[in-house]
Design a protein around this ligand. Structure first.
Ligand SMILES: Nc1nc2c(ncn2[C@@H]2O[C@H](COP(=O)(O)OP(=O)(O)OP(=O)(O)O)[C@@H](O)[C@H]2O)c(=O)[nH]1
Ligand SMILES: [Mg+2]
Length: 293
């Protein structure tokens, strides 16, 4: 009997969903930063073994007070996971304070499929705190199975993986066995740039940027990539570029090194910056930037 299923990872921003997805899939699929709202899309990570296929979904952190249409789209990705989940992984950390009336708690209680409640960052918790948190979630989600893990240190991630496999229903192979994701190389390349923008720039800058790949040309011993960074305001354009172009140069170098590791080939990277005022509220632009699904 072949087993398969959509295993969807949801939770608040910054709880470690992408770290967990990468740990479970064993590949660096999703970008990770110490800042909230890093992930903006639903990203599939696929594992195929002889007798089962798991289609993991990493999702954006659920934004409680959406400020832009972009946030609505991010939350919509989270809601779509309720429609196709075969197993739901609800990830929390020590700073979460969910109550009964939270929309995610309500929706999780209505779900027919198994819910695994994953308390992440257990390395930051004293044993007695962990017991208290477990009890609280068991009262909020009586049907959920609770596991404490550290995605960062890969503590209990192997047993979580085993629990997931055990819960998979009988099902078909949804994707060809050699396919690792639904995303293109271009998407991963643009995410690498966004990750480095998150790591390099402060305050609102990372949240005001989006990245598209303008061209990707593979030659015999080098890949030439041109990328365009959108910002929200003119003042942000000069911050991205920095004094004498120093910041964008650093961004280009950091991103290129990661791309070379990912593509296993030398990369020549050119970055351009453009102002697109209000792109986070512009439906047409959001569509073009891949927020359409
Ligand atoms: N101490 C500790 N930190 C962790 C653990 N797992 C993840 N983190 C850190 O938590 C931060 C956020 O991790 P992400 O994986 O980007 O979190 P996310 O839930 O995907 O965040 P969004 O994409 O913004 O919703 C990073 O700095 C991770 O290194 C863990 O087990 N222990
Ligand atoms: Mg993430």
């Amino acid at each position: 009997m072949f087993k398969s299923g959509f295993v969807n990872i949801i939770g608040r921003p910054n709880v470690g969903k992408s770290t967990l997805m990468n740990a479970l899939v064993g590949e660096n699929m999703s970008i990770i930063t110490y800042k909230p709202q890093t992930t903006r899309h639903r990203i599939l990570g696929i594992i195929t073994e002889e007798d089962y296929q798991i289609v993991f979904s990493d999702t954006p952190g659920f934004v409680h007070d959406p400020s832009y249409k972009m946030h609505d789209k991010m939350n919509r990705y989270v809601f779509t996971t309720f429609e196709d989940a075969d197993v739901m992984l609800f990830v929390v950390d020590q700073s979460d304070d969910y109550k009964e009336d939270h929309i995610l708690i309500q929706k999780l209680n209505e779900l027919a499929c198994p819910v695994l409640l994953v308390i992440n960052k257990m390395d930051l918790l004293a044993p007695e705190e962990l017991v208290k948190i477990k009890d609280w979630y068991q009262s909020l989600l009586p049907k959920a199975e609770i596991m404490a893990i550290s995605a960062l240190n890969k503590v209990n991630t192997a047993s979580l993986y085993q629990r997931i496999v055990a819960q998979l229903p009988e099902g078909p192979m949804y994707f060809p066995p050699d396919q690792l994701s639904d995303r293109s190389q271009r998407f991963f390349i643009s995410e690498i740039i966004r990750e480095n923008i998150f790591l390099l720039y402060r305050e609102e800058i990372p949240y005001s940027c989006e990245v598209t790949i303008e061209s990707f040309k593979e030659e015999e011993d080098i890949i030439r990539i041109e990328a365009l960074i959108f910002v929200n305001r003119k003042s942000q354009l000069s911050i991205i570029i920095g004094k004498k172009g120093e910041s964008i140069k650093r961004l280009g170098t950091d991103a290129r090194l990661k791309m070379e590791a990912f593509l296993e080939k030398k990369v020549f990277l050119q970055l351009h910056v453009k102002v697109r005022e209000g792109w986070r509220n512009n439906d047409r632009l959001l569509d073009r930037l891949g927020y359409s699904q």
